[in-house]
Structures are given as C-alpha cells and as structure tokens.
Design a protein around this ligand. Structure first.
Ligand SMILES: Cc1cc2nc3c(=O)[nH]c(=O)nc-3n(C[C@H](O)[C@H](O)[C@H](O)COP(=O)(O)OP(=O)(O)OC[C@H]3O[C@@H](n4cnc5c(N)ncnc54)[C@H](O)[C@@H]3O)c2cc1C
Length: 246
C-alpha cells in the first residue's frame, strides 16, 4: 500500500466533458487507497526540460468506487496546468498524482448532518464526492446543495444532480444562475447572499454542518452569512479554490 504522500504514476482511463469549460479525468491508480469525501490529490506535470508545475484537484468520486478516482478540472484560459489538461492530456497518458490529502474539509456519513453544501463553479467537485458517498451508502442525512453557476450550461454534473435530486430521499439541489437563466426559470438568479442562504438552510435547522467551496469571495461571504444566521463556527468548513481570491 502506498503512503498517502508518495507520488504515483496514474493512467488516464477516461475523459468526460462536463461542460464547455470542465472535464472529468478518471485515473487508474496503481496504489489506490480509500479517500474521505472532500479530500484532494496533487497533480504534478514535468516538462522535457525538467520544469515542474503542481496543482491540487479535489476528488469528485466517492470512496466506494475502488481503484480509480475522478478529478474534474475547470479550464482557466491563462493558466498553466488546466489548459494542458484540457488540450493535451489524452486517454492512456500517465500523470503523477499524490494523495489523498486533507483532513479538515471532509465528510463521512458517520459525521451525520443535516448537511448544507454550498459551491460555486468547480467548487462543487468535493461536494459531489460527499453527495455520491451519501448516495452510495443510501444515507438518509438531510442534505441541501446550493450551487452557483453562471448559466445552466455551466453546471458540472448536471444530469447526475438532477437524477439524484429527483429521488426525494432527503437531497435537495438548488441552483442559482448568476449571468444567464434558462427560459422560464423561476429559481434564483443572483449571487448567493444571506437571504438565499437563510431560505435554503432554514429547513435544516441551526445544528447543520456546512461545507462551502469555491472562489474566495464566495466562500467568505457564505461563511460570514452563516455565522450571522446563527450557525456555530465549528459547524462551518471552507475550502478556497484559486490563489488570488477572485
Ligand atoms: C485544495 C484545492 C482543491 C482544488 N480543486 C480543484 C478542482 O477540483 N477543480 C479545479 O478546476 N480546480 C481546483 N483547484 C484549483 C487548481 O488547483 C488550480 O489552481 C487551477 O486549476 C488553476 O491552475 P492553472 O495552472 O490552470 O492556473 P495558474 O497558472 O495557477 O493561474 C493562472 C491565472 O488564473 C488565476 N487562477 C488560478 N486558479 C484559479 C481559479 N480556480 N479560478 C479563477 N482564477 C484562477 C491565477 O490567479 C492566475 O491569474 C483546487 C485548489 C485547491 C487549493
């Protein structure tokens, strides 16, 4: 069994486009070990001249899926690693990964709920691992996902979220579309704010566990609003994507 922080050579088993800007890469790991939903892997690219670039990517798949992990990468046009992943990496390629990493932004069904998951853009990835873990073990923990996207076309895992949300097993999926809404859309159409959080979290009560992931600006607003709404700081876990806080 590999130590968690040993680099291993993982093979790209499948590439699945989620949206125009996000792709899921399924990696087969020679030394797969079970992760906890919410953890991430580090990915390292090495150029022929030896130059290396390293980035973190959350695991989107549930721990119950053995031998492989899914990483979903959103393309940042002026970025170094994400355009390479989108434009160059192909099925069969081998890339260096190390993980699973992280012990704070994690949720197992043993931790219980109710669960409030709030994500923006690719911030939904670790939240999806929690939703898939909950579904795999048929957990009844009341769970609400509040997911902010620019438009319906930007929703990652759209089909699966729709299917899971339609099962009426205690999972509510609530979208807000900040830039463009589908015709006839009657749901939220603005950035997440305190009123929205109050409406979505209300039915879960004040003892909920909150996991908030996305750009820093979203994460800070959501965390502060939840504190204002009377949720204890110890119940709020956050993960920030993107180094600049944009
Ligand atoms: C714990 C953790 C988990 C992460 N999980 C995921 C994940 O599941 N999926 C995913 O797509 N990304 C995830 N990220 C972000 C990822 O690590 C990279 O930062 C991202 O892919 C950009 O890398 P890059 O090399 O393409 O861009 P860089 O070359 O690093 O940056 C290029 C430019 O884009 C800006 N930028 C960098 N990252 C972002 C961003 N996320 N949003 C907006 N602007 C940005 C930079 O400030 C810079 O101006 C995660 C980050 C962390 C810390």
């Amino acid at each position: 069994m590999a130590k968690p922080l040993t680099w291993q050579s993982a093979t790209v088993e499948a590439i699945h486009p989620e949206t125009a800007r996000a792709k899921t890469f399924t990696f087969e790991l020679p030394d797969w070990i079970p992760h906890r939903a919410g953890q991430h892997y580090d990915l390292r690219l090495t150029a022929p001249d030896g130059y290396q670039a390293e980035r973190s990517y959350s695991i989107g798949s549930e721990p119950e899926r053995q031998g492989v992990i899914d990483l979903t990468v959103e393309r940042i046009d002026d970025g170094e690693v994400s355009p390479y992943m989108h434009d160059v990496v192909a099925v069969g390629d081998r890339l260096e990964l190390r993980g699973p990493i992280g012990g704070y932004f994690v949720w197992d069904i043993e931790l219980g709920g109710p669960l409030l998951l709030v994500g923006g853009g690719s911030g939904v990835v670790p939240l999806m691992a929690m939703i898939r873990h909950r579904a795999a073990l048929k957990s009844p923990v009341p769970t609400s996902l509040l997911y902010s996207s620019r438009s319906a076309d930007d929703v990652i895992y759209a089909g699966e979220l729709e299917r899971l949300g339609a099962q009426h097993d205690g999972l509510e999926v609530v979208h807000t579309f900040t830039r463009q809404q589908p015709a006839g859309w009657a749901g939220y159409q603005r950035r997440i704010d305190r009123t929205m959080l109050s409406e979505v979290s209300g039915p879960l009560g004040k003892t909920l566990r909150a996991y908030v992931c996305g750009p820093t600006i979203l994460v800070e607003l959501v965390a502060n609003s939840l504190l204002d709404l009377g949720i204890a700081a110890s119940q709020i876990r956050t993960e920030r994507f993107g180094p600049t806080g944009t």
